[in-house]
Write a protein that binds this ligand. Structure first.
Ligand code: 5GP
Ligand code: MN
Length: 323
């Protein structure tokens, strides 16, 4: 499918179903918001469909947009499905993955995760892009539609850029990232409002949970230049855990001098969720994929393991020299 075919697919189909991955982060929400605003500008009907409820701090960005959480028994009648910020049907979770795979409409992926699976009719995948919102911006530029981008789109695009780059500091940031940012600011975007809306909305219990995790639950392995942090269900409950409270917490391990890898384990009702982070010449996605049913980017990956936190920790510790 060439650029012309993408253009005609966008022109000819008027009902767009906009999907993203489970546990949507800033790039996922930024991408669907930007794409919904683009749909509006193109005069399309659209619905943003999430596999699960986004964290509360991201919901203000969705105000004024049509969005809902997937319901297996509901009928969704659309002629184009967009897969934003994910590269495989499994990333939308068990309940929704069959729906995405078998959905009887043309599917278009816009994403930046390496190794996209072949479930879409048109795959726009740029693993070097710092965020999916950068992929969206570039695609719109290539369609010759940069002048369409308005302030509403800019807010979503910036949200994805800011959150997926750790506020413009990761190696994935390029000259193009800053050119894109300059374009968004020239539209009148007040970027400090996005930073404040995401980073200055802590609850006291969230800060206390993070403080507790750092003070009491961080185990350091100086020989391996690695830190492991974990939180049990009971500990999360004690600090009134809300979705998003541990977002980015694993990164504090990388801020310790001489450490270049960190793992965060969180116990959930279903099992244990892993977050892997690294920097420099150290990569974590292959390890996450091989041992913990996960994957992701070289420097930021995730995984999942059934069973208890103790079992997950024991398995991780037995593999520590391979990370
Ligand atoms: P996080 O630690 O923020 O949950 O995830 C970091 C990155 O790892 C995400 O951006 C995503 O690319 C990837 N990731 C997280 N969980 C999974 C998973 O279960 N499978 C795969 N393939 N990638 C994941
Ligand atoms: Mn992303």
């Amino acid at each position: 499918m060439t650029q012309d075919l993408l253009r005609s697919a966008l022109e000819q189909n008027n009902n767009w179903l906009i999907t993203t991955h489970k546990g949507p982060d800033g790039d996922a929400v930024g991408s669907v918001v930007a794409w919904a605003a683009y749909a509006q500008l193109c005069g399309k009907n659209y619905l943003i469909l999430f596999p699960d409820q986004p964290a509360a701090y991201l919901c203000p960005f969705l105000e004024g947009y049509q969005w809902e959480v997937f319901q297996a028994e509901k009928h969704y009648d659309f002629d184009l499905l967009f897969a934003l910020d994910y590269n495989a049907p499994s990333r939308v979770g068990q309940e929704m993955s069959g729906f995405v795979t078998s959905y009887p409409a043309m599917k278009i992926m816009l994403d930046h995760h390496p190794g996209p699976e072949a479930f879409c009719d048109y795959t726009i995948s740029h693993p070097k892009a710092c965020s999916t919102t950068e992929v969206i911006f570039q695609t719109i530029e290539e369609l010759g539609q940069l002048s369409l981008i308005n302030l509403d789109m800019a807010k979503g695009l910036y949200l994805g850029l800011m959150t997926d780059t750790g506020s413009f500091r990761f190696p994935s940031v390029s000259a193009y990232t800053h050119q894109m940012t300059a374009h968004l600011l020239s539209l009148g975007l007040e970027q400090h409002q996005i930073h404040e809306a995401v980073y200055d909305v802590n609850s006291v219990t969230r800060l206390q949970l993070r403080g507790f995790a750092i003070a009491e639950k961080l185990k350091l392995y100086p020989m391996q230049r690695l830190g492991i942090m974990s939180l049990s269900k009971e500990e999360l409950k004690r600090f009134d855990y809300q979705k998003g409270d541990t977002e980015g917490l694993v990164n504090v391990i990388l801020s310790i001098e001489g450490f270049d890898a960190g793992v965060f384990l969180m116990e959930t009702e279903e099992g244990v969720k892993f977050s892997f982070r690294s920097k420099g010449s150290r990569f974590v996605n292959a390890f996450a994929q091989k041992h913990f049913n996960g994957g992701g980017h070289q420097y930021a990956a995730g995984g999942f393991q059934n069973g208890s936190l103790a079992e997950a920790l024991a398995k991780l510790e037995s593999l520590i020299d391979q990370i």
